[in-house]
Design a protein around this ligand. Structure first.
Ligand SMILES: *Cc1c(COP(=O)(O)O)cnc(C)c1O
Length: 396
């Protein structure tokens, strides 16, 4: 009855932990939620005002499928000013969130027989967006000692005649690490040699710490720019997850195809949200920087505390709002004589015993780790960390 294509994919595994946490919360338990993947801040006021104005002005009808000119122009300007990327409006598609842009890319580029290389740990939607288009995800491992960035020689090993694309995500969800220029140059060189596309998910670009900066692989040269589709959006940078505005920038032919696909599925992103996005991109950016600074403080606190827990070690991530600690030593311990076998079992133990919700590394293709989101208040971080410490110390 159900199409084979649809049977290949699973619901987002991060939601499984979330629903268990909500179930406990509904029963009256005081659960600390470290599982969330969205900023806890409110959307800045001037952005909300722009949306309210759009409603009052009656800007409530269909817009062009790929977004209004005003927003495309704001995106073109942003990409040039902040990323050193020169595009025209014809290179831009605005979608209902970056996830939707990624989905449109997958539909435009992938089909039966295609292989798509995805570095693990990966964001949960990448493999499934490849699978639902009847293409094959090919996972390339990355290692903690490399800050979870690809080893170029391992990437090369995965390339076959069928390889269509590589999906990059810097800063990364779930690891929080970023790619440096040298590694990006190596990856670009390999991609050009083998004629494969790069899909560059840069949604956490604004959340980078320790004075480091973001580099878009597309900015490394005209040749690689022609093979790259840059994906970005406002959800993480401007605390606008619910507004559903993301965008893609890339070669005209691909963008045209993606726009055609969007025209047969969702049509335009919400008219009101597009006006809000213009305000977000063109208005004052001090709230973006304010949120970044707050995230940096929380990161410093969280990672230091994690390293004080026996059996847990955590490298200092450079971006996004996640810590990705190594818990392999905890997995050697026992709970009342019973082994805790993997990151999923540890997550369930921490939820039941300590009332802390977080996501097992296995959800991201990386056993031996857990993901902790610090998109939550300092007070919650303190409470959650104390509980994790106590629960881990109780293991023998
Ligand atoms: C949150 C997230 C997205 C999607 O964001 P949208 O809300 O759809 O714009 C894409 N990629 C990664 C890695 C994310 O964490």
């Amino acid at each position: 009855m159900i199409a084979e294509r649809a049977k290949k994919i699973k619901p987002s595994p991060t939601l499984a932990v979330d629903s268990k946490a909500k179930e406990l919360k509904a029963k009256g338990f005081d659960v600390v939620n470290f599982g969330v993947g969205e900023p806890d801040f409110d959307t800045p006021e001037h952005i909300k005002e722009a949306a309210i104005k759009a409603i009052k002005d009656g800007f409530t009808k269909y817009t062009p499928v790929g977004g209004i000119d005003e927003l495309k122009e704001a995106i073109v300007e942003k990409l040039e000013k902040e990323n050193g990327l020169k595009y025209g409006k014809e290179n831009i598609l605005v979608s209902c969130g970056a996830k939707h842009s990624l989905y449109n890319i997958a539909q435009a580029l992938f089909g039966p027989g295609d292989e798509v290389i995805i570095p693990a740990p990966y964001w949960v939607s990448y493999p499934d967006q490849v699978l639902i288009n009847d293409a094959q995800p090919v996972i390339v491992e990355t290692y903690e000692e490399d800050n979870f960035t690809i080893r170029p020689e391992l990437l090369k090993e995965k390339i076959t005649k069928k390889t269509k694309a590589l999906i990059l995500n810097s800063p990364s969800n779930p690891t929080g690490f970023i790619y440096d220029r040298k590694t990006l140059e190596r990856i670009a060189e390999i991609a050009l040699q083998h004629n494969i596309y790069i899909i560059s998910d840069e949604i956490y670009e604004k959340l980078i710490y320790d004075g480091e900066s973001h580099i878009s692989i597309a900015s490394l040269g005209d040749e690689i720019k022609e093979k790259t589709i840059v994906v970005n959006g406002l959800s993480k940078s401007h605390a606008m997850t619910g507004w559903r505005i993301g965008y893609a920038a890339g070669p005209v032919e691909i963008i045209k195809t993606m726009t055609k696909i969007q025209s047969q599925s969702t049509s335009n992103p919400t008219s009101i949200a597009q006006k809000a996005a213009v305000a977000a991109l063109k208005g004052p950016q001090d709230s973006v920087e304010g949120m970044r600074q707050e995230f940096e403080k929380r990161r410093n606190y969280l990672v230091n505390e994690l390293n004080n827990i026996n059996g847990i070690s955590c490298r200092m991530p450079k971006g996004a709002f996640y810590a990705f600690p190594n818990i392999s030593k905890v997995l050697e311990k026992k709970n009342n004589g019973k082994n805790i076998e993997n990151s999923m079992e540890l997550s369930i133990y921490l939820l039941e015993k300590a009332l802390v919700a977080l996501v097992p590394g296995s959800a991201f293709g990386a056993e031996g780790f857990i993901r902790i989101s610090y998109a939550t208040s300092m007070e919650n971080l303190k409470k959650g960390i104390e509980r994790i410490k106590e629960a881990v110390d109780a293991l023998k």
